[in-house]
Design a protein around this ligand. Structure first.
Ligand SMILES: [Zn+2]
Length: 145
């Protein structure tokens, strides 16, 4: 991953301002926004933790690079179409929430869905406990077809 992509992704996830060459991260009005050439290609709601992305109509290598730097985002092109997380994508705003498996050693998390508390492995939304937690059983129910 290119350094600027990594730096922008870190600033975005950590709610920090960043600016370098064609890439910018701003924090304002409850949102963190990622810009490429002045186009807002990703936004994060700092209250709920919801993350959304768009290509802004620019299916370019650089757009895909910057978006691919974000956790839970995997984009490539196939026969002229944009594929996001194995599905065809028109490039319009789309939610890309990502549940990350983590281990509770220092405290006992409570599942937001069933209220069950336990130590051990559980899931957090978009990298932060305050955005949401799920126990493995509820996570399996959500992701199963
Ligand atoms: Zn649960």
């Amino acid at each position: 991953m290119r350094k600027i992509t990594k730096q922008a992704a870190e600033a975005f996830s950590n709610h920090r301002n960043f600016s370098k060459d064609n890439t910018k991260v701003t924090t304002d009005g409850g949102y963190v926004r990622l810009f490429l050439f002045g186009n807002n290609i990703a936004r994060l709601n700092t209250r709920t933790g919801q993350r959304e992305i768009t290509t802004c109509g620019w299916n370019t290598i650089t757009t895909k690079q910057r978006l691919n730097g974000l956790p839970g985002v995997s984009i490539h092109s196939e026969d002229g179409s944009v594929i996001l997380n194995n599905r065809k994508w028109d490039g319009d705003w789309i939610v890309v929430n990502h549940w990350e498996e983590t281990y509770a050693a220092m405290y006992t998390p409570t599942c937001d869905v069933c209220g069950h508390c336990d130590n051990g492995w559980f899931y957090i939304l978009n990298g932060r406990h305050d955005y949401g937690t799920k126990c493995p059983a509820c996570h399996r129910k959500d992701v199963s077809p």
